[in-house]
Design a protein around this ligand. Structure first.
Ligand code: NAD
Length: 507
């Protein structure tokens, strides 16, 4: 079946029971192209009725899908993977159109998503249990992993294809059915990819999509047939999802926001470090939960690094991304977000930080209504300032100068988040100290964005994650399955089992 976007150009439909359906709501939001500000689709703001339809279909589809052998489930995912490759450019362009990433960033994000499918293809091995003979005399013991039932994914705007792909390939291959509620700001990529799941042969009702915001989310969090919830988004909502979901008896993994530290030691390679920080702070216009937004030079490191960072930022081109033109940075997601980031820059100035490069007045002549902001760097910032404490989620880098690695590491202790932290150094000793002591769950050593690939978990700490089992890697298999332990003893009924007629018949 050819992939068409006809169902998503005007108003997005819901995918329920294998069919694209209209929502029962009359309330619609809009999807905009951030490069131009133009409305490109309408999105239904579903309520409890749509959610109930989707969850009920997913629940109906569960028994047969759960009984489908793991190898057969994996084969469908293999077909899905190949379709993702075939439609790679189309997906990347859709991501760019609705989100504003450069096409290179969009492609990379699709590749990261495909890797999760590749991870899930190993399901027969990944899902294996354990067994032991004679754990007690004549008693054998084994564990087997079973799927949970209906699982739900609620996702943010910043990776329209990749973050949903963190979730459902694993959930589905484990034998669960799934209801996705993509961000209402970027629902188009998920609708496009869902067509590929159907084309790959996924049975009706195994994967469903509902749209909307809080009302849809609340209906999912409290629905009696939902077993597990995967969430990625901002910290206040992540906390709310965890608290509400668990209070309603769901298994929840809930990833939140971040403020990621980049420590630069005096012995770091300047050129490579600057290149890595530039990509980390300004890549995807800073709208990444692993974006490095605090540069923390230690001692004399600042002398070389700070001017070089300013030069690198000044050299970056900012522009529309939807026409395929080669720019270094695209727009931020919405006008409201542009206003928020701008107001945080103003707050930084009013709190006494020194603005080295100001992205507020960037002009994009061929797209005057786009939501553009240039790279922005503050120097002489101090702990306690809003731009140092708050997640900005835009292309703003704050430099906090420190005198020692201990002082730099201590900054992490005060940070309420704990997603990623990075050190640039040539000293194994400094790297080890940092790795051991820094208060964050994902560490980079001379790596600007230490976002793990699909085979490793996304191990945020503190207010960057609520739950026990993280997204991705083996932990995701544990999250989407429950164990059954079986203890077995067969009684000896005859003294000599070879007298038994069954054994005699076998010769
Ligand atoms: P968001 O929290 O505003 O929205 C995320 C999802 O929650 C959306 O689907 C949205 O519809 C829903 N939602 C919004 N408000 C809600 C409410 N009041 N009640 C219930 N549901 C609600 O996040 P966003 O702005 O779309 O995404 C950016 C955030 O996501 C940033 O904070 C970023 O750090 C974070 N993020 C974290 C990770 C990670 O792995 N930790 C990855 C990507 C993004």
């Amino acid at each position: 079946m050819a992939v068409t976007q006809s169902n998503v150009v005007t108003a997005c439909k819901l995918l329920i029971g294998g069919k694209w359906l209209d929502s029962s709501t009359t309330e619609y939001g809009t999807v905009t192209n951030p490069s131009t500000g133009e409305v490109i689709a309408r999105v239904p703001m579903s309520g409890g009725q749509d959610v109930d339809r989707a969850v009920t279909e997913a629940h109906k589809a569960f028994p047969e899908w759960a009984e489908t052998p793991a190898v057969e489930r994996a084969r469908i995912m293999m077909k899905f993977r190949s379709l993702l490759e075939t439609h790679y450019e189309e997906i990347a362009k859709t991501v760019t159109r609705e989100h504003g990433k450069t096409i290179a960033e969009a492609r990379a994000s699709v590749s990261r998503g495909i890797e999760v499918v590749e991870f899930a293809l190993g399901i027969p091995s990944l899902i294996m249990g354990q067994s032991i003979e004679n754990i007690a005399r004549n008693v054998d013991c084994e564990t087997i992993r079973h799927p949970l039932g209906v699982c739900v994914g609620i996702t943010p705007f910043n990776f329209p294809a990749m973050v949903p792909l963190w979730m459902y390939p694993v959930a589905l291959t484990c034998g669960n059915t799934f209801v996705l509620k993509p961000s209402e700001k970027v629902p188009l990529s998920s609708c496009l990819i869902a067509e590929l799941l159907l084309e790959a042969g996924l049975p009706d009702g195994v994967f469903n999509i509902v749209h909307g915001g809080k009302e849809a989310v609340d209906a999912l969090l409290t629905h009696g047939l939902v077993k597990a919830i995967s969430f990625v988004g901002s910290t206040p909502i992540a906390r709310y999802i965890y608290q509400t979901g668990t209070a309603h008896g769901k298994r929840v993994q809930s990833a939140g926001g971040a403020k990621n530290h980049i420590i630069i030691m005096p012995d770091a390679d300047v050129a490579q470090t600057v290149q890595a920080i530039q990509a980390s702070a300004f890549g995807c216009a800073g709208e990444r939960c692993m974006a490095g937004s605090l540069a923390i030079p230690v001692g004399k490191a600042a002398d070389a690094i700070v001017p070089a960072l300013v030069d690198a930022a000044k050299a970056m081109s900012v522009g529309r991304t939807d026409t395929g033109s080669q720019v270094d940075m695209g727009p931020v997601i919405t006008h409201e977000h542009l206003v928020r980031v701008t107001s945080l820059i103003e707050k930084g100035l009013s709190e006494g930080a020194q603005l080295l490069i100001d992205g507020r007045n960037v002009k994009v002549v061929d797209a005057p209504k786009g939501f553009f902001l240039g790279p922005t760097i503050f120097d002489k910032t101090r702990p306690g300032m809003s731009i140092v404490r708050e997640e900005i989620f835009g292309p703003v880098l704050s430099v906090v100068r420190t005198d020692s690695i201990e002082e730099a590491v201590a900054l992490g202790k005060d940070c309420p988040y704990g997603n990623g932290a990075v050190i640039f150094t040539n000293s194994g000793r400094a790297a080890r100290e940092f790795k051991h002591h820094f208060n964050a769950g994902m560490i980079g050593i001379n790596v600007g964005v230490p976002a793990p690939m699909a085979w490793f978990p996304f191990t945020g700490w503190n207010n960057s994650f609520f739950g026990d089992l993280h997204i991705q890697g083996q932990e995701s298999i544990y999250f989407y399955t429950q164990q059954k332990m079986t203890m077995t003893r067969w009684f000896e009924q005859t003294k000599n089992k070879f007298q038994d007629p069954i054994w005699k018949a076998r010769g």
